[in-house]
Design a protein around this ligand. Structure first.
Ligand code: FES
Length: 377
């Protein structure tokens, strides 16, 4: 029954998934420097067919999942997006399209509305055409402006998402003004998370503490002035905190991501974590994946924790932080996330955030390459 707790012997107390992220395709027309998808996308050339996606969605809903995000890559690259949205809507999912806007023309917007799409999250790279187009290495700024109006014309609530970093943090006020002009209900200002391709560019993207503090002040001033007109969510980069984020709200706790090739992952970056035997929806049921698989149980609960997490009284709050970040920064996925000041590796984060920002000549940005995928577009 949807929403129930599993009661089989080795699955006691594991809650069903709440959030499903369906990464329909890794094809993407943009080349964003802060992309958090895996670096080696060109080696992943297969995509699940429509029926396999439907089977997977039905199973996830049966287990109790409620929220569904369609993302990618660019999900609008899939011709069957409308069919999948309609099916998910029938199943009772709350559906969200996470898009760059490329491909959202009026006829598709109308078809998605008819299919029952609940919500659209539209990304911008900046408030200026110049920087938006530079960071994505595409001319998409004007298109995104048109798409924002199209989203509003269909009556969808709009979340505008802008990834922040040292190249656009100074524009945060203008970004808020743009969101107000486009009548966004929510503006998510998400500081870059350093995974996948973004990890490659971390030294060129990481802001200074002064930049961050200034941006936060601007955001707070706007919040006071605009009240409920637009809710601004400012996600501080956790490198600058002294406690880690509760990544994924706990491993295998609420979040289930399915990659274009059917790989099931407890977080969208898990493909790059060593030691995981990631299951695939083509060969395992969603029930087996969620409750039984090695990968989803690897960092569930607390038994895997090393010290200082194991005896820390904050472990129920942050679950030891992010496994992918622990691995990237220490080479061991079961370590405390080094963002935590109690981690023996915390100095590595401190060193990263305190190093002088390199010039663009010293540390040029590397644009996302989608080689091997373009021939299928
Ligand atoms: Fe993988 Fe945090 S992104 S656990």
């Amino acid at each position: 029954m949807a929403g129930s707790f599993e009661t089989t012997s080795n699955a006691t107390a594991i809650k069903p998934p709440f959030w499903v992220l369906a990464e329909l395709t890794y094809r993407c027309p943009l080349h964003c420097v802060f992309c958090s998808n895996p670096v080696n996308l060109d080696t992943i050339t297969t995509e699940l067919d429509t029926q396999t996606w439907k089977d997977m969605l039905a199973q996830a809903r049966e287990l109790g999942a409620v929220q569904l995000g369609f993302s990618g890559g660019e999900p609008l690259q899939r011709d069957d997006l409308e069919e999948l949205v309609a099916y998910a809507h029938e199943l009772g999912f709350y559906t969200n399209l996470i898009t760059s806007g490329v491909g959202l023309i009026e006829s598709r917007a109308k078809a998605l509305k008819t299919a029952g799409l609940d919500h659209v999250q539209l990304s911008f790279q900046d408030s200026t055409a110049e920087l938006n187009d530079f960071l994505s290495h595409t001319r998409t700024f004007e298109l995104k402006q048109r798409v924002a109006k199209l989203i509003k014309s269909q009556g969808w609530p709009m979340v505008m998402n802008v990834v922040l970093h040292r190249h656009n943090l100074a524009h945060v006020g203008k970004i808020i003004e743009m969101a107000l002009d486009l009548d966004a209900q929510y503006l998510e200002l998400a500081n870059t998370q350093y995974y996948g391709w973004a990890w490659k560019n971390r030294l060129a993207l990481m802001p200074s503490k002064d930049q961050l503090l200034h941006a936060e002040t601007v955001v707070n001033d706007y919040r006071k002035r605009i009240g409920d007109r637009c809710q601004i969510i400012f996600v501080v980069p956790d490198y600058f905190e002294d406690r880690p984020k509760a990544c994924m709200n706990g491993w295998g706790n609420v979040f289930l991501a399915i990659a274009p090739d059917g790989l099931a992952m407890p977080c969208h970056a898990a493909r790059e974590l060593p030691g995981l035997n990631l299951p695939n929806v083509q060969t395992s049921s969603v029930h087996e994946i969620w409750y039984e698989s090695q990968a989803f149980n690897a960092y569930r609960g607390e038994a895997w924790m090393a010290e200082p997490c194991r005896s820390c009284d904050e472990r129920h709050k942050d679950f030891g932080g992010c496994r992918c970040q622990a691995w990237l920064l220490t080479g061991q996925a079961n370590q405390a996330d080094p963002v935590c000041s109690k981690s023996p590796y915390h100095e590595r984060v401190v060193h990263l955030i305190n190093r002088p920002c390199p010039s663009s000549n010293e540390q040029p940005l590397v644009f996302r390459q989608n080689t091997g995928l373009s021939d299928r577009e």
